[in-house]
Design a protein around this ligand. Structure first.
Ligand code: FAD
Ligand code: NAP
Ligand code: MG
Length: 456
């Protein structure tokens, strides 16, 4: 049955994957439902659509973007590659394994530009509120056209939420931070290391944001960086100039006091304390309520909202895999909406969710988390025609990446991997990552510069 209407909120990698999944069905000559996608920014790409702004966007909406200048992929591109559109197809040449942000944005756009997806997307339009109308079995969604400053509503049989979950900061309070004399910000508002050159920084939190912002500030010339952890230190062997300390307990002026009784003075504080899953447009009965984890409770196959099976969430998991995981979810969601995948009664779905959650609870190490997400994707792929790829090999690359980071956090991005999609071996970047201060697409695609050629 295809005479139904699907609404997609968000045109980041997840929302775009949903559009692409339907497009691939249409290309086979099969009928597809009526589709509309709404994106509050004026372009697609989600996080990858970089903005210099902080706080609010140009129409006064809470700003989505958390990315910053000089951001390079923090995992090998071979682990996130689309199975139906390779890096080699896009760039026509082998590139390195850890491209900068602009290069990944270009790649995302390459696939979607080949389709008519743009025709389905209404930009600068924010979803304000959703109601489920029980007797019609439809969602009523209220939108604001931000450019026209006009409110309107639309009705959908299925609603796909692809609004991401690394946008609304989690901002804990530390006594005395209100009187800290230097800059205090959350990683969400960090736009690059430039303003911290020559400074002594305190980062609170010990996950990817802390690790990457520490390394970036070190690379671009901050004096010293301390990472303060609540549960576990990152634990890599840090270069002189970056260190880890237990949690800060309070501040007095520019002095931070730590749990181990030590104190130190800082110029700036960056809260790398993660994000909240936030859906201000959903009533609490339709809201996904979860912390950042690999299997959020209440989502059948990690996708279908178990309390209302016409509501779908994409990309709500914590992420080792990214673009190709969103694809496998979107392909599953498509076939689910088209009635092609088995959909058991609620008790069986509850049991399936519980199995996955128990499995996640039994994992501890990074390698075990990778295996978990690999198994999750294998399960999803088994239901659809998303091109199968060598997931065991991708899992091996992730584990090798984890080791590379432990060995040397400053040069793991110089390592190269081989695509499981088309066998292309990555080429080392022309400049060692620590020496490469220009992250532009142009510079990245430059041949080895003349000087280096002469030396070879
Ligand atoms: P998003 O990319 O967040 O897109 C969600 C979209 O929904 C946005 O365009 C937003 O404007 C829109 N939206 C939100 N609310 C509304 C609304 N109410 N109405 C209309 N539209 C709305 N992944 C990697 O693979 N490699 C990396 O190196 C990497 N680096 C990262 C660095 C940072 C700092 C962060 C925060 C994330 C990084 N990620 C990385 C993970 C990243 O989240 C994913 O790659 C990907 O962007 C997630 O896609 P998404 O579509 O689910 O969400
Ligand atoms: P995250 O992985 O969810 O980690 C949140 C961190 O905040 C954890 O270390 C947590 O500590 C800590 N925390 C939370 N509340 C705290 C509190 N009250 N006090 C002290 N610490 C607290 O979030 P993230 O690091 O921001 O990463 C988000 C995403 O961005 C990831 O997908 C990551 O890959 C991506 N990212 C990528 C890059 C890149 O280089 N490409 C750069 C940055 C981010 P506990 O362990 O104690 O809970
Ligand atoms: Mg299959």
């Amino acid at each position: 049955m295809t005479n139904f209407k699907v609404g997609i909120i968000g045109a980041g990698p997840s929302g775009l994957a949903m559009l692409r999944a339907f497009e691939s069905e249409q290309k086979k000559g099969n009928p597809i439902p009526e589709i509309k996608c709404y994106e509050k920014q004026d372009n697609w790409g989600g996080m990858w659509n970089y903005t210099w702004r902080t706080g609010v966007g140009k129409y006064g909406e809470p700003l989505h973007g958390s990315m910053y200048k000089y951001l390079w992929s923090n995992g090998p591109k071979e682990c996130l590659e689309f199975a139906d559109y390779t890096f080699t197809e896009h760039f026509g040449q082998a590139i390195s394994s850890y491209p900068p942000r602009e290069v990944l944005f270009d790649y995302i756009q390459g696939r979607i530009n080949k389709s008519n997806a743009r025709d389905y997307i209404k930009f600068s339009t924010v979803a304000r509120w959703v109601d489920y109308i029980e007797d019609k079995k439809q969602f009523r969604v209220v939108f604001d056209d931000l450019k026209k400053n006009e409110t309107f509503e639309e009705f959908f049989d299925y609603l796909v939420v692809g609004t991401g979950h690394f946008s609304t900061p989690n901002m804990p309070y530390f006594e005395g931070i209100d009187n800290f004399p230097g800059a205090v910000m959350h990683a969400h508002d960090f736009r690059g290391a430039d303003q911290f050159i020559g400074q002594k920084l305190l980062l609170i939190g010990s996950s990817y944001s802390a690790e990457d912002i520490a390394v970036q500030c070190y690379k671009h010339g901050s004096d010293e960086v301390t990472i303060s952890y609540r549960s576990n230190p990152i634990g890599t062997s840090w270069p002189e100039g970056i260190k880890e300390k237990p949690l800060v307990t309070h501040f007095d002026g520019n002095t931070a006091y730590f749990k181990d009784g030590t104190t130190e003075d800082y110029d700036a504080v960056i809260l790398c304390t993660g994000y909240q899953h936030k859906f201000p447009f959903l009533p609490d009965s339709l809201r996904l309520k979860t912390k950042n984890c690999l299997y959020p409770d209440g989502l059948y196959k990690g996708v279908v909202f178990n309390e209302n099976e016409r509501l779908i969430f994409l990309g709500m998991q914590d992420q080792y895999y990214t673009f190709n995981m969103f694809d496998t979810q979107a392909w599953y969601a498509r076939d689910y909406m088209l009635g092609r995948v088995p959909f058991p009664a609620k008790a069986e779905r509850d049991a399936d969710i519980k199995n996955w959650m128990d499995y996640e609870a039994s994992t501890e190490t990074g390698a075990e988390h990778v295996d978990f997400q690999t198994d999750y994707i294998k399960d999803l792929i088994s239901y659809t025609d998303y091109p199968a790829f060598d997931l065991d090999n991708v899992a091996r690359m992730f584990k090798s990446w984890l080791k590379d980071k432990e060995t040397n956090i400053l040069n793991y991005r110089d390592q190269v991997y081989t695509s499981v999609m088309d066998g292309t071996a990555a080429e080392p970047h022309h400049t060692p990552w620590m020496e490469e201060l220009d992250d532009s697409l142009n510079r990245y695609l430059q041949e080895k510069c003349e000087e280096e050629r002469e030396l070879v």
